[in-house]
Design a protein around this ligand. Structure first.
Ligand SMILES: Cc1cc2nc3c(=O)[nH]c(=O)nc-3n(C[C@H](O)[C@H](O)[C@H](O)COP(=O)(O)OP(=O)(O)OC[C@H]3O[C@@H](n4cnc5c(N)ncnc54)[C@H](O)[C@@H]3O)c2cc1C
Length: 459
């Protein structure tokens, strides 16, 4: 921890803004692993805890992109999710990909020990939108949109992805899964990532017969999951600090080694996975920017894979000619007089743009959006008041490795923290559950646990 301070025993009361996966994992670890007297208040604007955008879907074909075995909320109990599934009557193995709605229920259930019974006094859940956070001499105050406030010793921003509010019509948002009224309609999907896979699953499950045109610059789809034996790589094996191209060259060597040993590229990617944050942190800003420009998309489609059944659905639709993938840049979408949509795309390698007339256009351009334009109101307020700043690559809030939010001068707060996708700049690989679980577990123990928490320099 850094920052000038005087010592005090521990954090009595912690506010968590955002009750999605990150917020719920943080609360569970603070209450389970942190100081036994710590109290937690979760402020969540939605009705459900543990859902957020990822696990708020109710569609049975929207699956986790990670097996049951890797989705436990507790790092020290890898079988915890599997046990919960069998306890709640689901007959699945730990190699299965279950639907995301079920995972949302699991996360919601994670807090039940503190929602009823003897420990109920330690957790308070407030439904509302947090519009502001102000540090004081003795604590931090969260202001809510209903005019009420909550006072605490520290606050953790778990506001998630800076997702765009509903896009401008005629575009439809990535989280709007309503099926077209006419099942013969032509649907265009901008983006070929996992959100596209969700939409294809919804369309096909609704009996859609019309064409599906998927567009992205490189036309890359998420790779499919297959059994993997992650290479056993220690930190000493990783070329920390080497340039992006040197790391990619090294990784290709590991892929070849895995294939020569009868494995696949997945063994190398899964072997390097626990070291990604360290590789990212060892890069300077220029190398990080180079990675984002040249390698991130390739890394994402190999790292965030789709379950075999989702891949089969997409492949079958492609083989039958219903689904096609176009490599190109989306330029515009405008209504035509007949109510259809004129979609303009500049195809890869083409100087001139092409026009396509379709009936629906779904915007699945992923979750890496403008963190200011799409910021949650509380984050926007902190940025406007220079009490926080973006990381140099505008991936999210700038924080220390202990998730302390840095103000506009770079001074780390000792009362305000940001976790998960909300602060992606510090770690890069902090969007999936296995990474968020590790971060929140460590923070609960090391930063909020028995370790002393310094008071602020006074704002
Ligand atoms: C579609 C999708 C599918 C995914 N599937 C997987 C998967 O299978 N496996 C995996 O490991 N990872 C997956 N991920 C990644 C990972 O699980 C998510 O990144 C994770 O759910 C992020 O959780 P979060 O709580 O940080 O953010 P969110 O899910 O965005 O939750 C943020 C929460 O904060 C609330 N909030 C925001 N601002 C305020 C405010 N001002 N006041 C009050 N409340 C506020 C929101 O209402 C929301 O509930 C997926 C991500 C997405 C988008």
């Amino acid at each position: 921890m850094d920052g000038s301070s005087t010592q005090r025993d521990h954090c009595h009361h912690v506010i968590i803004v955002g009750g999605g996966a990150s917020g719920v994992l943080m609360a569970a670890h603070l209450l389970g692993q942190g100081h036994p007297e710590t109290r937690v208040t979760i402020i969540e604007r939605g009705p459900m805890l543990g859902c957020g955008i990822a696990y708020g879907t109710t569609h049975p074909d929207h699956l986790l992109n990670t097996r049951v075995a890797q989705m436990s909320a507790l790092p020290d109990r890898p079988g915890h999710f599997g046990d919960w599934l069998s306890r709640t009557g689901r007959r699945v193995t730990d190699q299965c990909f279950v639907d995301r709605a079920t995972y949302g229920q699991y996360l919601g259930d994670l807090l039940s020990p503190w929602r009823e019974g003897g420990d109920a006094s330690r957790l308070r859940c407030v439904q509302g939108s947090c519009t502001g956070l102000r540090e004081t001499e003795t604590g931090i105050v969260a202001r809510l949109d209903d005019g009420t406030s909550v006072l605490a010793d520290a606050a953790i921003l778990a506001t998630g992805h800076a997702v765009s509010a509903d896009p401008e019509p005629p575009l439809r948002g990535a989280w709007d899964f309503s099926a077209p009224a006419n099942s013969d309609a032509t649907v265009a999907i901008i983006g070929t990532g996992l959100s596209m896979v969700d939409h294809v699953a919804s369309l096909l499950a609704a009996g859609h017969r019309g064409g599906i045109l998927c567009i992205s610059r490189r036309g890359l789809l998420p790779q499919v999951h297959a059994l993997t034996r992650p290479l056993d790589l220690g930190r000493e094996d990783i070329p920390l600090g080497a340039s992006v191209s040197a790391v990619m060259l090294w990784l290709r060597g590991k892929v070849r080694a895995a294939e020569e040993a009868g494995g696949t590229w997945r063994d190398a990617v899964d072997g390097i996975r626990p070291h990604i944050a360290a590789i990212w942190r060892a890069w300077d800003i220029d190398e990080r920017a180079r990675f984002l420009r040249h390698a991130a998309t390739y890394w994402e489609v190999h790292r965030h894979r789709m379950p075999p059944i989702s891949s089969e659905r997409v492949d079958t639709a492609r083989r039958q000619g219903q689904l096609s993938v176009l490599r190109g840049r989306f330029d515009s979408a405008t209504w035509r007089d007949d109510g259809r949509i004129r979609l303009v795309v500049t195809q890869r390698g083409h100087a001139r743009s092409s026009a396509f007339d379709v009936d629906h256009v779904i915007d699945c351009r992923g979750i890496r959006r403008d963190p200011v334009k799409h910021a949650a109101p509380v984050v926007r307020d902190l940025l406007d008041r220079r009490a926080a700043r973006l990381d140099p690559l505008r991936l999210g809030l700038d924080t220390t490795n202990d998730a302390q939010v840095k103000d506009a001068t770079g001074w780390p707060s000792s009362r305000l923290f940001a976790i998960g996708p909300a602060a992606r700049g510090a770690l890069w690989e902090i969007t999936a559950i296995p990474d968020i679980r590790e971060q929140t577990f460590r923070l609960a123990r090391e930063v909020f646990g028995s370790r002393q928490l310094s008071t602020v320099k006074g704002v």
